[in-house]
Ligand binder design. Structure first.
Ligand code: UT7
Length: 325
């Protein structure tokens, strides 16, 4: 079995910044409420670019940083909750946009945990030797599926993308962990797709094709599984939390991260946070954060980093990685 290294990162966010004050002109809210309850100050909103556009820009940057050509990529996986279309997959659209003519392409749907699931899927394929160079992207234009009249959700999310290039190597990914529970919490976070409406039905339900969320339930779930996922990915690896240099958490709410830090007695400085600038970008949040860390020169060869996420489904998971570049 081979191991898997991360050899490049990239990201892209739309130019348009929407501040909390600006949102307070659309729904009954305030900068004070949003920043104290979530830590978010502003987010980026697409003025027309679709998910594949954001994904392609992050992907090209990641390829550049990995010093690879798009034609070297043999696997593209995109994590998204806000795809361009049902068919084709966003990954197939990105294949064309970046000219990755030799890649197998598909999307993964696991809400805000999507990037962890996509990364873990690519890792398995590379470990078995099936593919050599993979591009994994988290990309979202959540503003398309936001209910802009619902202050419970529209203040939380933002648009963005992040990408990583992976290749077979000697060391890198130490352990991966994924979990799902569609039984207990499926209703906590919802966004319906097209419904069953056809000429042969007498009645059809009119359901909401926008994000709805039970914030408090998601909060409780998040704190629990973020902590357990960090512990889970350390188990049987001879690493303890003291050996970890950084944790890159899903960027949903600063209070969730603070709770987890307190629960596991981890210094807050180990958590990289950029949700103040971008809000919750769902599947994009972890690779977007990692790319910022990389650009800031925070990551040093040999550093041990944990990615940890949670989201609708319910889904959650984590990755322990030794930084090799
Ligand atoms: O990637 C996963 C995505 N989801 C999450 O991570 C969400 C996790 N949950 C959370 O982050 C928090 O539960 C929220 C930030 C969503 C909400 O914070 P909270 O402290 O749980 O507030 P709440 O839902 O209990 O609402 C408190 C009050 C309510 O008013 P009343 O009933 O006390 O009068 C809400 O109606 O705040 C009101 N409220 C708002 N007020 C101003 C809810 N949204 C807003 C708003 N502006 N945007």
């Amino acid at each position: 079995m081979k191991n898997v290294e991360i050899i490049g990162t990239g990201s892209y966010v739309p130019q348009r910044i929407v501040t909390n004050d600006e949102l307070s002109t659309i729904v009954e809210t305030s900068d004070e409420w949003i920043s104290t309850r979530t830590g978010i100050s502003e987010r980026r909103i697409s003025l027309g670019e679709n998910t594949s556009d954001l994904a392609a820009k992050a992907a090209l940057e990641a390829l550049k940083s990995a010093k690879l050509d798009a034609k070297d990529i043999d696997l593209i996986i995109i994590a998204t909750t806000s795809p361009d279309s049902y068919v084709p997959s966003t990954a197939c659209i990105v294949q064309e946009l970046i000219g990755a003519t030799n890649a197998v392409c598909f999307d993964v749907s696991a809400a805000c945990t999507g990037f962890i699931f996509a990364l873990n899927t690519a890792v398995q394929y590379i470990k078995t030797g099936e593919y050599k160079n993979a591009l994994v992207v988290g990309a979202e234009v959540l503003s398309k599926i936001m209910d802009w009249k619902d202050r419970n959700t529209c203040v939380l999310f933002g648009d963005g993308s992040g990408a990583m290039v992976l290749r077979a190597g000697e060391e890198g990914i130490i352990k991966t962990y994924m979990a799902s529970d569609g039984v207990k919490g499926r209703e906590f976070l919802h966004c319906f797709a097209a419904q069953n409406k056809n000429p042969f039905m007498y009645n059809s339900l009119d359901v909401k094709d926008k994000i709805t969320m039970s914030g408090k339930d998601v909060f409780k779930f998040a704190v629990k599984v973020m902590a357990s996922s960090i512990e889970k990915v350390l188990e049987t690896t001879q690493n303890s939390i003291e050996d970890i240099d950084y944790i890159v958490p899903h960027q949903a709410n600063i209070r969730i991260i603070e709770f987890v830090a307190k629960k596991l007695k981890i210094d807050m400085n180990k958590f990289f946070v950029n949700l103040n600038k971008y809000g919750n970008t769902s599947g994009a949040s972890i690779p977007l954060a990692l790319d910022e860390m990389n650009k800031q020169g925070l990551l040093k060869k040999g550093n041990k980093v944990i990615f940890v996420g949670f989201g609708g489904g319910l889904t959650w998971g984590s990755v322990l990685v030794k930084w090799t570049i």
